[in-house]
Write a protein that binds this ligand. Structure first.
Ligand SMILES: [Zn+2]
Length: 342
């Protein structure tokens, strides 16, 4: 019984081992098949990926060549555009020049006497003299403030050319102070307009004003040998700027300068050169706005403005056409004085 048992035990073990072995073998085969299948799948996926990648590469290179093409097209477009706009601009310039020429011709036909002279004096365009108002027997005083400047010598030349005398209210002109002597030598009148023309300083107190006035008086005397007694307040006697620096100063100064033997002059006409009249025509229009009933016209101008230099020939021609005589201001000239506002 014991042996039988041993034998059958052995058989049983062999059987179990065989079953185990078989099972292992079957599993291995199944796994191997599975593995080879997934390998195949992987290979397939790989090849699909490869395909995709090469397609992508193709697309990229196609895009790049398209991009290059586009940019070269854009470049040629912009070159073309530039060329075209240059051509257009030159056409526009040409047309503008033609318009200018035609305008000149038209103006020359309208006003044959003024155009040519005006152009030769270097001013800005055709000018028409305002219609003259008969003013025979009346006197116009041309006055120039704020100089001497680089324009003063040319203004003196114009005055000489027309045989006209004027009045210059001067301030310290620095390197142009030598022109003061020329003003006097050529028969014009010279007056004081303060040394600094600095409102803040001169209108800060009566003493400050007279210190400044004495300084310009001495300078004019040094330069010309003339101790002048005519003057003009910066901003005119009617200025209100002085209120900011000293209340009532214009009322006091207008009395005290008179007490010191000065005669001060304002104006009843101007060429507008301090009010934006920056063309010859505009200045002429201002000049024609003098009070028609007045027998004395004092015109305010500035010999520090190039337009005033350019306009002066026409301004003189205009007043001549009205029949005015030209005067220079002295202490005994008719006084045009503004109402004091401070
Ligand atoms: Zn001034």
């Amino acid at each position: 019984m014991k042996t039988m048992n041993k034998q059958s035990m052995f058989k049983l073990i062999v059987l179990i081992l065989s079953v185990l072995f078989l099972a292992t073998a079957v599993t291995s085969v199944v796994l191997a098949v599975k593995y080879s299948n997934s390998n195949k799948e992987l290979a397939e996926m790989n090849s699909q990926l490869e395909d995709g990648k090469s397609k992508l590469d193709e697309q990229i290179s196609a895009n790049e060549s398209l991009k290059e093409e586009n940019s070269s097209q854009a470049e040629s477009f912009s070159q073309q555009y530039e060329k075209q706009s240059k051509e257009n601009q030159s056409k526009v310039d040409e047309l503008n020049q033609k318009i200018k020429d035609l305008n000149k011709q038209l103006a020359a036909k309208k006003n044959p006497t003024t155009t040519k002279k005006n152009n030769s004096s270097g001013s800005t365009g055709p000018v028409t003299l305002p219609t003259p108002t008969p003013s025979t027997g009346k006197t116009v005083y041309l006055t120039f403030d704020d100089g001497p400047s680089s324009y003063t010598p040319q203004i003196l030349d114009t005055l000489d050319k027309y045989g006209v005398k004027a009045t210059f209210f001067v301030k310290n002109g620095g390197k142009y102070n030598y022109v003061m002597k020329d003003i006097v030598n050529r028969g014009h009148s010279i007056g004081l307009h303060t040394y600094t023309h600095d409102y803040k300083k001169i209108y800060s107190s009566d003493t400050a004003f007279f210190n400044d006035l004495n300084k310009i008086s001495d300078l004019v005397y040094e330069q010309t040998g003339v101790r002048t007694k005519i003057m003009r307040f910066p901003g005119g006697t009617s200025n209100t700027v002085s209120k900011k620096y000293s209340k009532g100063i214009m009322s006091r100064l207008s009395k005290s300068v008179t007490e010191q033997g000065y005669v001060y002059f304002d104006w009843n006409c101007s060429n507008g050169d301090a009010d934006g009249a920056n063309t010859v025509q505009k200045q002429l229009n201002f000049c024609s706005q003098y009070p028609k009933s007045a027998s004395t016209v004092i015109v305010l101008m500035h010999d520090t403005k190039s337009t005033t230099r350019d306009a002066l020939p026409k301004i003189i021609e205009y007043y001549k056409s009205c029949g005015f005589q030209f005067g220079v201001l002295t202490t005994s000239s008719p006084r045009i004085q503004h109402r004091v506002n401070n």
